[in-house]
Design a protein around this ligand. Structure first.
Ligand SMILES: Cc1cc2nc3c(=O)[nH]c(=O)nc-3n(C[C@H](O)[C@H](O)[C@H](O)COP(=O)(O)OP(=O)(O)OC[C@H]3O[C@@H](n4cnc5c(N)ncnc54)[C@H](O)[C@@H]3O)c2cc1C
Length: 432
């Protein structure tokens, strides 16, 4: 069976094994020495790809919910979308959510995903009370900040390389509305964008769409969206209607011109410097989920997302250089998202550090990887790092330069013989 990641690149044949109970999972683990967990395939690169894969998605029951504490106990294959459908009407929301709700709880922990509120709430693992996982020898352990803390810190952000997460207890956020009060701020250039982030930094949620085709005086112009949960007592929640992209677009559809036109129109449609909207949770957090299979617009060669973070004090200079290089290259991205991270947590491979993170989608085409190699140099010059959940190409040296705890991670893998069992195409490429 051919299984693709969200970026549809690379395209490899895999055999996926499902399980219904712990014994069945143990049997699969026993029988394979080169295997990796997969969730809902929303990572862009090759972190969940290997010839043999443990498909956790169908291990997906809610186990318990404590209405007093707001703690859900569920199996690792449960999707965030299933959590939201059940719990928003009851007045609860996940504390941290990425830009898609179509991911599993196991995938959220393994990537230690971040949302638009990292500066306030940290990463997904910061809302995890504990999780249960199966190790390489079939042993089942509980991990939390106080129980097996080393395995907890390695597993959150550890991209499935420490074992299989089988269930988790997650602490929810109480809400009193399924709506978000949003402000949209239109900026003229990068300086203006940084000032806007600073001015609106007390908002819980913030994210900027950057026009990465803009040059010169307009370099770094953006629409910054900030928001708070509304307080109107309306907890109605309907899954947004989906339209779907039925087939892979021919690859010429997305080109320099179409991206440039889209970006100009998108920027121009907002007229006021600051405007106010009240919008649904789905529109605010998951605009792309409304279009099923939107990854097909990039064509059959696929695409990649390039996401890095730069330390706060170096972010402006680094971003200016990177955006200039992208604008000059003519290789456009209509999805270019800038966020501000708060302080890093203690997990060894979690991506966020305090500073600005930029994520850009690029169609796979000749010359792209050469451009990205050039951008890598700038990221490293400014002491930044790359996000494994999006990555499909960084070298071992480039990856290692950003993660000072990588040797601890390797040592733990060795100690528990995880390195004799769990591998992905990515782990082999970056040497972990
Ligand atoms: C539109 C879109 C927007 C996104 N926005 C964001 C964002 O804002 N912030 C962010 O952080 N990420 C974002 N992502 C990335 C996504 O949240 C992560 O890649 C997430 O890990 C995907 O989860 P999944 O269930 O699809 O797992 P997969 O993609 O299948 O796997 C991801 C990783 O988790 C491991 N894994 C999965 N399940 C388990 C398990 N049970 N036990 C152990 N390891 C496991 C896999 O081995 C792999 O390394 C976005 C992705 C998309 C498509």
């Amino acid at each position: 069976m051919a299984l693709l990641s969200w970026g549809n690149y690379p395209n490899i044949d895999v055999i996926a094994y499902k399980f219904e109970n712990r014994q069945a999972l143990k049997n699969i683990i026993n029988q394979h020495n080169n295997i990796i967990a997969s969730g809902n395939g929303r990572s862009y690169g090759d972190s969940a790809l290997n010839k043999h894969q443990i498909d956790v998605k169908s291990y997906n029951y809610f186990l318990d919910f404590d209405q007093n504490t707001g703690i859900l106990h569920c199996q690792a294959g449960v999707l965030l979308s299933e959590i939201l459908e059940t719990f928003i009407p009851k007045g609860w929301f996940v504390s941290v959510t990425p830009g898609t709700k179509l991911i599993t709880v196991g995938g959220a922990i393994a990537s230690d995903v971040h949302g638009k509120n990292h500066h306030v709430k940290g990463s997904f693992s910061d809302s995890i009370v504990e999780f249960t996982m199966m190790l390489e020898n079939g042993e089942i352990i509980i991990c939390s900040h106080s129980i097996n803390p080393d395995i907890f810190q390695a597993t959150c952000g550890g991209m499935g390389l420490t074992g299989i997460i089988i269930d988790a207890k997650i602490k929810f956020l109480p809400i009193n509305s399924s709506m978000i009060d949003q402000l949209t701020i239109k900026t003229k250039n990068l300086q203006d964008t940084f000032e806007a982030f600073e001015q609106y930094k007390d908002y819980t949620y913030s994210v900027a769409w950057i026009d990465c085709m803009a040059k010169g005086d307009s370099l770094g112009r953006c629409l910054l969206m900030v928001g708070e949960h509304a307080d109107d007592g309306n907890l109605d929640y309907v899954n947004t209607n989906k339209i779907s992209i039925p087939f892979q677009f021919p690859s010429f559809v997305l080109n320099n011109l179409t991206v440039k036109s889209f970006n100009s129109l998108y920027y121009a449609k907002v007229r006021q410097a600051v405007s106010q909207q009240k919008i649904g949770i789905d529109s605010f957090f998951y605009p792309l989920d409304a279009i099923g299979n939107w990854n097909r617009i990039y064509g059959k060669n696929g695409f990649t997302q390039y996401q890095f973070v730069l330390p706060l004090e170096k972010s402006y200079e680094g971003l200016e250089q990177i955006l200039s290089k992208i604008a000059a290259s003519g290789k456009g991205s209509f999805l270019a998202v800038l966020k501000l991270f708060g302080k890093a947590n203690a997990n060894w491979l979690s991506f966020p550090i305090q500073g600005y993170t930029l994520a850009l989608d690029f169609k796979i085409e000749p010359g792209l990887f050469e451009l990205l190699n050039e951008l890598d140099k700038i990221v490293l010059k400014y002491e930044g790092r790359f996000y494994l959940s999006k990555d499909v190409r960084v070298s071992k040296q480039t990856f290692e330069a950003g993660y000072k705890d990588i040797d601890k991670f390797r040592q733990l893998r060795k100690q528990y013989k995880m390195d004799q069992k769990f591998h992905s195409l990515q782990s082999k490429r970056v040497g972990i």
